[in-house]
Write a protein that binds this ligand. Structure first.
Ligand code: GDP
Ligand code: MG
Length: 242
């Protein structure tokens, strides 16, 4: 190849990379109430300092007129940047209360999302009787294991999505500023061994199930409010960065 051709080839490769940045990657963000989904949504939309959200700022959805179904919040595009790479993702902020759980599945199947992001926090470490996080992950894993699209979709969409399933699960243990504190914790994280942290112990059974269903799981610690490791984890899990 002559030097002009090499320059040309490089330009084409750079152009393809640029186009790829704008190809939208659909993700679904689900998890129990108060784990930090809305904070994460805001952090991904506009990185910065996010006002702590109080108990009266829970995410809620109105019922549709003359229906028992809730109105879906709009999906929005976000630009992620990590290690000099960029990617556009699309997600929407759905509430974590039990009455909204069916909307997680509806969103997942309707938009055919590629990655399911499950947001958990450390509440089960603070109170061993609290199972909010386990219930949330369990709900999603069991729905995927059943291999049946949810009833809320309607016959036609259910038929069209009969073979759909997400490519991967990204388990984000949020509020790392509160639970990733000891030197030992940090050493684990730095060595890439965070999946061994006790915060994930209660999820092992469901994580084994996902592995057996051949759905890869990416696990990491983040802090949505501090913007710690959020974009890095998502970009790595999507395979954009190493
Ligand atoms: N310490 C800490 N608190 C957080 C973090 N992310 C969210 N929160 C707080 O957790 C609470 C619930 O957050 P929110 O985003 O509303 O959770 P959602 O119910 O899952 O949408 C709020 O008080 C947030 O300020 C974090 O990374 N660290
Ligand atoms: Mg919320």
């Amino acid at each position: 190849m002559g030097s002009t051709e090499i320059v040309f080839a490089h330009t084409v490769i750079a152009l393809i990379d640029k186009v790829k940045e704008y190809i939208k990657y659909d993700i679904g963000v689900y998890g129990a109430s108060m784990t930090g989904k809305t904070t994460l949504d805001k952090q991904l939309t506009t990185p910065g300092l996010i006002r702590p959200l109080g108990e009266n700022q829970r995410t809620h959805h109105k019922l549709k007129a003359f229906s028992s179904k809730h109105r879906m919040p709009e999906a929005s595009a976000k630009r992620l940047v990590s290690k000099g790479r960029k990617k556009t993702i699309v997600s929407r902020d759905i509430g974590g209360h039990e009455e909204y759980q069916y909307m997680w599945l509806k969103d997942m199947y309707e938009r055919k999302i590629r990655a399911v992001v499950v947001v958990i926090d450390h509440r089960h470490l603070l109170d061993a009787d609290n199972t909010d996080n386990q219930v949330a992950l369990g709900y999603l894993v069991e729905a995927l294991a059943s291999k049946k699209p949810p009833k809320a979709l309607g016959m036609w969409t259910r038929f069209r999505r009969r073979n759909y399933r997400p490519e991967k699960i990204i388990l984000l243990a949020n509020k790392a500023d509160e639970w990733l504190v000891t030197d030992e914790d940090w050493a684990m994280w730095e060595h890439g061994l965070i999946a061994n942290h006790p915060i994930f112990d209660v999820f092992r059974e469901h994580l084994f199930l996902l592995q057996e269903m051949r759905i890869p799981v990416h696990i990491d610690a983040v802090s949505a409010i501090r913007n710690f490791n959020v974009q890095e984890t998502l970009m790595k899990a999507m395979g954009v960065t190493q």
